[in-house]
Design a protein around this ligand. Structure first.
Ligand code: PYC
Length: 320
């Protein structure tokens, strides 16, 4: 039986169009262990809480939840666990930008550098005087290049597998994305195409470096936006698409560009999303690892209290 949690305080924001719901009070007791152990506790003992916060009728498939946690490493400003409509995320670039802007809105931090603890490591952030946030993401890399998969209804699709804090399959542009232009009016078709790729990868046991499910699929094409290098469409694990250019996806993309000799250290990469928003990215190589930085903006757009009424048949969210 779920412990009695009746009210949960949240602050909502969006980062370049992609929503984040930060839980600031009322979350379940997860202890003081590492963030990696706390996310496992959340997954196994309190998954209903994840669903109640982000799923309908309180949320939507697009919302990424973020549970504010006490960090183990006291040099960190905060700890955070990210989750969505179907599970948990290792890291989340847009969510980290939303977290920083929300903590500033709550007067919990000022412009400057702030370390944030996540289940996949500590990320450094910079909250600029301009209101923009830069996130130094976890080390990223391309795991495999030119991997071919047969996708029912679409034929052979070729892409790279890369880690950017989550696992991505980045479809090679020459496949023309099944003739689909990367534009907003094609969202439904792009979603079906990328979902078919995701299923095909699973069916063919094509995984991340240690057997992980590749749960993000990324398409990209040239951008028509002045100054932007590329436009993308990113399918998230629960079949919603990223409204932002996807921080971890842009990190994975830059790791592939670097591996192909197409991006140098310090060079700016401007990534447009499917809704026309942008992130500015760059990479640096330290101790033989590729460290991506992503810069973008977030805006707080709601502050509220979620009410968990046990008489409500959908108190814990509508799940598929
Ligand atoms: O910005 O890293 C990101 C992200 C992952 C899933 C949705 N957004």
């Amino acid at each position: 039986m779920p412990p009695q949690i009746d009210r949960v305080r949240v602050v909502d924001s969006h980062t370049e169009g992609e929503p984040t719901r930060l839980v600031i009070a009322g979350g379940p007791p997860l202890g003081n262990g590492s963030l990696a152990s706390r996310v496992e506790r959340l997954r196994h003992e309190f998954d209903w809480f994840r669903s109640a916060v982000v799923n309908e009728p309180r949320g939507s498939d697009a919302i990424v939840g973020a549970l504010l946690c006490e960090p183990v490493d006291k040099s960190c400003a905060a700890g955070v666990i990210f989750f969505n409509n179907v599970g948990y995320l290792g890291m989340c670039g847009h969510g980290t930008i939303g977290l920083i802007v929300t903590l500033a809105y709550l007067n919990r931090l000022k412009p400057g550098e702030h370390r944030i603890e996540t289940p996949v490591g500590i990320v450094m952030t910079h909250f600029h005087e301009t209101g923009e946030v830069s996130v130094d993401n976890v080390p990223s890399y391309r795991h495999a290049a030119d991997v071919a998969v047969d996708v029912p209804g679409h034929g052979r699709v070729v892409g790279d597998i890369a880690w950017g804090g989550n696992w991505f399959f980045l479809v090679k542009q020459q496949d023309d994305h099944a003739g689909l232009e990367l534009k907003f009016s094609n969202i439904d078709h792009l979603t079906e195409f990328t979902w078919a790729i995701r299923k095909a990868l699973e069916d063919h046991h094509i995984t991340g470096a240690h057997g992980e499910v590749i749960d993000h699929i990324e398409l990209y094409a040239p951008s028509e936006l002045p100054g932007a290098n590329s436009k993308n469409f990113v399918l998230c694990p629960g079949k919603s698409y990223d409204r932002s250019p996807c921080g971890t996806g842009t990190s994975a993309k830059m790791a592939c560009l670097y591996a192909d000799g197409k991006l140098k250290e310090g060079q700016i990469w401007r990534q447009e999303s499917i809704v026309g928003s942008t992130f500015e990215g760059s990479i640096s190589i330290r101790n033989g690892e590729l460290h991506p930085t992503i810069k973008g903006r977030a805006y707080v757009n709601a502050e509220s209290e979620l009410i968990f009424d046990r008489r409500d048949p959908f108190c814990f969210g509508i799940t598929k």
